[in-house]
Design a protein around this ligand. Structure first.
Ligand code: AMP
Length: 421
């Protein structure tokens, strides 16, 4: 117990963490370019927020939430997703009073109590964006293109963007009825979850992964045929906007997504090479959610991408392909007196913005050179007592393989010039 992290969670160790940092830098850069501002919300919220927004009949609320009573007997839930907290913050801080649309992004851990497997964890990380205050289909296209741009920017290829419209509160009820009627005859063949869904939320049956349920719903009439005039027009414009900005997509009329709050546009980005957990990210429009959470009617659209899944898709790429580590300097000091001079030297270099490291284990020169290799040092400064007495050090260029004497006074300025700072 003491030496094992809880099931479904994991440590991100050096060697792996650089890939995370790389992905984090890429999406932060993209968010800046697309003019999205970061928001940070607590990792726990009142349980009611998720029950009301995500939907009582969803897997998340029904089975997966980490819910507990705190010492004040309040029901608290570790956030299973980032949209509801962002909506809550939008209302709490009256962000609707700012110029609309308000374009936000978040990043952080989410928690779902699910059976862990490849690509599915109990603590995982999502990068998400949420935009409030516009119904424009052009905005749906912008949001989708941002998700796609992220995968392109980090070199994840071969993904498929699936797109659908799940309609609105006006046109969905008649579609629900149609599904109910169509499926009623097969009730006994549905899985337990779906026979319950037949009463509470029949559209979710389309999302079921069970073989029997999939077969039953194979020939079900499509939502796109049941859209009201406004939803049909909206969807058409989303599709046209995506084509205008050259984002490829595939319409999947069965795509409903696992959260209840979606209206109109729903999308998912799939990696066909991953196994059962092949969705790297998804999102859509949720024009009713702000109102459900107590605000005025405010259209909104967003997505969330799972970082663990993005990393699975990146697996074959080594960190060197992705991330150019900053070249550094290793200070190999020999002897006690030189050791102190070495500490002064790395401090000085670091203050000048040069990555620098030294030995703290009194290793031999040979072992220190090996250490310099391990950290991929571009230069090594060799400080022996003898050189120091002359006010000099040896500067070894690890790439060119030669070394020469430089005065100690000049070394920092010299390296600054060499390393382009
Ligand atoms: P969702 O919030 O369910 O729409 O999920 C959005 C994305 O988060 C998915 O496409 C996955 O990449 C990721 N995700 C969701 N649940 C998990 C999980 N349990 N473990 C790892 N990633 C997840």
């Amino acid at each position: 117990m003491l030496t094992k992290a809880p099931r479904g969670t994991g440590d991100i160790l050096p060697g792996e963490v650089e890939k995370w940092q790389y992905l984090e830098e890429q999406f932060k850069k993209l968010c800046r370019d697309y003019n999205y501002k970061e928001i940070r919300t607590p990792i726990f919220e009142h349980t009611e927020l998720f029950v009301r927004s995500v939907g009582e009949d969803t897997d998340i609320v029904g089975k997966e939430m980490y819910t507990f009573l705190d010492k004040g007997d309040r029901s608290i839930t570790l956030r299973p997703e980032g949209t509801a907290p962002t909506v809550r913050a939008y209302l709490q801080h009256k962000l609707y009073g700012q110029a609309q649309p308000v374009k936000l992004f978040y990043y952080g851990p989410m928690f779902r109590y699910d059976r862990p497997q490849a690509g599915r964890f109990r603590q995982f990380h999502q990068w998400g964006v949420e935009v409030f205050g516009s119904r424009e289909p052009l905005l749906d296209a912008e949001v989708i293109s941002l998700a796609v741009a992220f995968f392109n920017s980090v070199g994840i290829e071969g993904l498929i963007l699936e797109l659908n419209s799940v309609g609105c509160s006006k046109c969905r009820p008649s579609y629900r009825e149609e599904i109910r009627k169509y499926i009623a005859g097969y009730r006994d063949s549905l899985c337990l979850d779906c026979s319950r869904r037949l009463e509470t939320n029949p559209m979710r049956i389309l999302d079921c992964k069970e073989k029997n349920c999939k077969e039953i719903t194979n020939n079900i009439p499509e939502m796109t045929g049941h859209l009201c005039e406004e939803c049909r027009e909206h969807f058409k414009e989303v599709v046209e906007s995506l084509e205008a900005i050259k984002v490829s997509y595939r319409i999947n009329p069965r795509l409903v997504r696992g959260l209840d709050y979606y209206t109109r546009t729903a999308f998912e980005i799939i990696d066909p090479q991953l196994g059962a957990q092949n969705s790297l990210g998804g999102g859509g429009r949720y024009d009713d959610l702000v109102e459900v959470c107590g605000g005025n009617t405010t259209p909104a659209v967003g997505f969330a991408i799972g970082l663990e899944r993005a990393l699975l898709a990146l697996k074959s790429k080594s960190i060197e392909d992705l991330y150019q580590e900053k070249p550094g300097v290793f200070v190999a000091a020999l002897g006690n007196k030189a050791g102190m001079e070495g500490l002064k030297m790395v401090t000085e270099l670091r203050h000048e913005g040069i990555k620098a490291e030294k030995d703290y284990l009194h290793r031999s020169l040979k072992a220190q050179m090996k250490q310099a290799d391990r950290i991929n040092a571009r230069y090594v400064i060799i400080m022996g007592e003898e050189e120091l007495e002359k006010g000099k050090v040896l500067l070894r260029d690890m790439k060119e393989g030669h070394q020469r004497e430089v005065t100690k006074k000049e070394i920092t300025a010299h390296l600054k010039e060499k390393m382009g700072r």
